[in-house]
Design a binder for this molecule. Structure first.
Ligand code: SF4
Ligand code: SF4
Length: 421
């Protein structure tokens, strides 16, 4: 049998592209992109025009294909996980637009999360400390999240301007808790559990309250399990997979008995829906609140706003790309009387929030934010509806910079307002 290495018979000047015969992966022990996932990419490049960082830089290294090529080079022992590699990975927003359009179904999000665990040791000590503090300690702990939230108004004057602009004022109700059980109005259709979230519950508790009211008005008993914790999306997207797994296990236990987990934060819902990939047996039946209400149907009329209001709907990437949610929120908003729904030009483009990306990559995030805010403002709408707290914060900051006076709300808040009449 011929045992010559692959490519040994090629003519001079022609190089075999692929792993050397005796290659060793260059990953450090621990999480890393799997060979099967890397091999799924056929380098067709169809994802490139959909990638926000490629669109703005024109650089292959800032494209999904370029990032996968860099991962494959490490996998095949031809490159190291050095500063250059880290830069390729860090500029990605993990928006998963590439995954959505990929004909080979490359699971880019999970590959990027694994690749980022590899670059964590390369970060400067201060960055490592802050990430560990925020992602491994504060967010997973309800008490520490509460303390951080309570201290935010005091710390606000000392924050850099761009971070100050992102954090909503107030947030209110620091001592209040959501009701453990809310009984439905009228005929009981079933029981759902609400993912209250960490950022959502601290700064946008009103969205959680509106979600509970709308579900209850439509016949659903809503439970809010006390043992639930942060969903872990921020930790996972930033390569803190150990923390993300810990949180997934806790939430899998907290929501174990429920038929449906309703999420009103697209990033959290998309991440929780894939718990099974993170921890065997931790999968949960998660549905976005707008997709759930649309799919199950409203119990009655969607109601009406008090005056004719033009509303622009913003597609969060983790709703549109990761969960395929597009027509459901639009369908529900169109059902509301006195509501004129308008589309945002290039609405499938990213707003640049991406968890902590707007803090770690301010330049790229700022460019995407301005582009999005200008597109939103051009609609002439009075209100923009966004189903993800990260997007809401980014839109508020971007519209504020433009001096636009549009309100940013969750679409479920519009339903709540309309149904209350
Ligand atoms: S990720 Fe998918 S779309 Fe992009 S180059 Fe690879 S196979 Fe093609
Ligand atoms: S996740 Fe988004 S930013 Fe990252 S490579 Fe894919 S499309 Fe580009």
């Amino acid at each position: 049998m011929d045992t010559k290495p692959l490519g040994a018979d090629l003519p001079d000047g022609v190089r075999f592209i692929g792993p050397e015969v005796d290659w060793e992966p260059g990953w450090a022990p621990g999480d890393a992109p799997s060979l099967a996932d890397l091999n799924a990419c056929v380098a067709c490049g169809l994802c490139l025009p959909h990638c926000p960082t490629y669109r703005l830089t024109g650089e292959e290294s800032a494209s999904p294909r370029g990032r996968i090529t860099a991962m494959r080079a490490v996998q095949e022992g031809r490159a190291a996980t050095d500063e250059t590699f880290a830069r390729f990975m860090d500029l990605c927003l993990v928006c998963r637009a590439c995954e959505d359009v990929c004909p080979s179904h490359v699971p880019f999000g999970r590959m990027m999360e694994a690749a980022r665990t590899q670059i964590e040791p390369l970060r400067p000590r201060r960055a490592r400390f802050l990430r560990r503090l925020g992602l491994d300690l504060v967010l997973p702990s309800k008490k520490l999240t509460w303390v951080a939230g309570a201290l935010t108004p005091l710390a606000r004057p000392f924050m850099p301007r761009r971070i100050r602009a992102l954090i909503p004022r107030g947030g209110g109700e620091p001592f209040a808790r959501l009701p453990r059980v809310t009984e439905p109005h009228g005929q009981l259709r079933g029981t759902v559990a609400l993912l209250s979230g960490c950022v959502q519950d601290r700064w946008f508790r009103r969205v959680n309250r509106a979600t509970i009211r709308v579900l209850a008005r439509n016949g659903w008993r809503v439970v809010v399990p006390r043992r639930q914790v942060c969903c872990g999306a921020l930790a996972a997207h930033n390569g803190h997979l150990r923390a993300a797994r810990r949180l997934a296990k806790k939430n899998a236990a907290a929501f174990a008995e429920v038929d449906v987990v309703v999420a009103n934060a697209a990033g959290g819902g998309a991440h929780m829906a894939e718990y099974g990939d993170l921890v065997e047996g931790a999968g949960l039946p998660v549905r976005d609140v707008m997709e759930f209400l649309h799919g199950e149907g409203l119990a009655g009329d969607a109601g009406s706003l008090p005056a004719l209001t033009r509303v622009a709907y913003h597609d969060p990437c983790h709703a549109l790309r990761a969960q395929g949610i597009h027509h459901q929120p639009r369908g529900l908003l169109r059902a509301i009387g006195n509501l004129e729904l308008v589309e945002i030009p290039n609405g499938d483009r990213y707003c640049g929030a991406a968890g902590i990306y707007n803090v770690t990559e301010p330049e790229m995030s700022g460019r995407l934010m301005r582009e999005k805010a200008e597109a939103v403002a051009s609609t002439g709408a009075a209100v923009v509806a966004s189903g993800n707290p990260g997007c809401t914060m980014q839109l508020l900051a971007g519209l504020g910079e433009l001096g636009a006076t549009m309100r940013v709300v969750h679409p479920v808040e519009l339903l709540d307002r309309a149904m209350a009449r």
